[in-house]
Design a protein. Structure first.
Length: 310
């Protein structure tokens, strides 16, 4: 390739998207048929939006027979919460909210008072309590293998023991499309229907299916400040410290999570086509570029997942 050649990324074609959709719908149907009281994690983020869309397709024209669960840190982007509530109302499904603020207020979990502390890790005990109190046998999650190294170790059916913990060295084999969902009382399975999708697949599918997404994913003006090389949104939950200057910039978010650990990226992409072009040209995963909680150590995500994180 000579210097004048322009690199053109290969986008997923319609056949690839249909194959991924078919695989995911098969996984979702298997879980609904096999487990008592499955639920679906839904935060208003793009991956959970696609997973919910696939679940609705999987059972159409019937109503979705699973509850939608959100583990709420209380530090959410307003755009994501507005989208969550509107979508649940439109679909007529049950929304169960596991509240981190309520758990803190009741004294069940302590909140760190250290400067810059996040509630992100506090989601784990609240998630496990929510699973136990509702007797969920399976929990659908929108994790993908390309997001982060520890998530690449996950099976589609990921076993969790009586304590909700995950052992990456003790997983069940998955041959072809055969999944082992056997569990004892108190155990559960995390099911990841879009494991084999990439970030680009997700965006191309959103465009193909004309799925509505929160405005936060498109470029917009927002007050941000730089911290540890990332652009953090200034808010009542996260304020700049000495030397951190708030500026108004055109940004968008590649991932949506707790506002205190989720960074924006500079962008001028205001349409799906422009977002897809941006993602196709990047060489950094959305978590690597945008999540401060994944930078605490090389094994930060795996440590949280062993404890019971998503």
């Amino acid at each position: 390739m000579n210097a004048s050649t322009t690199y053109k990324p290969v986008l997923p074609d319609a056949g690839q998207l249909r194959a991924l959709e078919s695989e995911s719908i098969h996984i979702i149907r298997e879980g609904i048929a096999e487990f008592d009281r499955p639920c679906l994690l839904f935060s208003g983020g793009k991956d959970s939006i696609v997973m919910l869309h696939l679940a609705v397709k999987a059972v159409a024209p019937a109503r979705l027979p699973v509850s939608v669960v959100h583990i709420d840190t209380g530090h959410n982007f307003p755009e994501a919460i507005e989208y969550r509530d509107r979508t649940v109302e439109r679909l007529g499904v049950e929304l169960i909210v596991g509240s981190v603020p309520d758990a803190i207020a009741s004294g069940r979990i302590p909140e760190s008072t250290d400067p810059g502390a996040s509630r992100n890790r506090l989601q784990t005990p609240v998630l496990l309590d929510t699973i136990r109190s509702n007797n969920f046998g399976a929990v659908y999650g929108g994790a993908r293998r390309d997001e982060e190294r520890s998530r690449a170790k996950e099976r589609v059916y990921s076993f969790r023991d009586e304590f909700g913990q995950w052992d990456p060295k003790n997983q069940r084999p998955e041959l072809w499309s055969l999944f082992n969902g056997f569990i004892h009382p108190g155990q559960h399975i995390r099911v990841f229907p879009i494991s084999n999708w990439t970030e680009l697949d997700v965006w191309q599918y959103i465009a193909d299916q004309e799925i509505e997404i929160p405005s936060i994913y498109f470029a917009h003006e927002r007050e941000v400040f730089e911290r540890d090389g990332m652009l953090m949104a200034a808010s009542e939950f996260l304020r700049p410290t000495a030397g951190e200057v708030v500026t108004t910039q055109m940004v968008r978010f590649r991932t949506v999570g707790d506002m205190t650990v989720t960074a924006a990226v500079p962008s001028t992409a205001t349409t799906l086509e422009q977002v897809i072009a941006e993602i196709a040209a990047t060489h950094t995963s959305e978590r690597g570029a945008s999540r401060a909680d994944d930078r605490t150590s090389d094994a930060a995500m795996e440590d949280r997942k062993r404890e019971g994180y998503f």
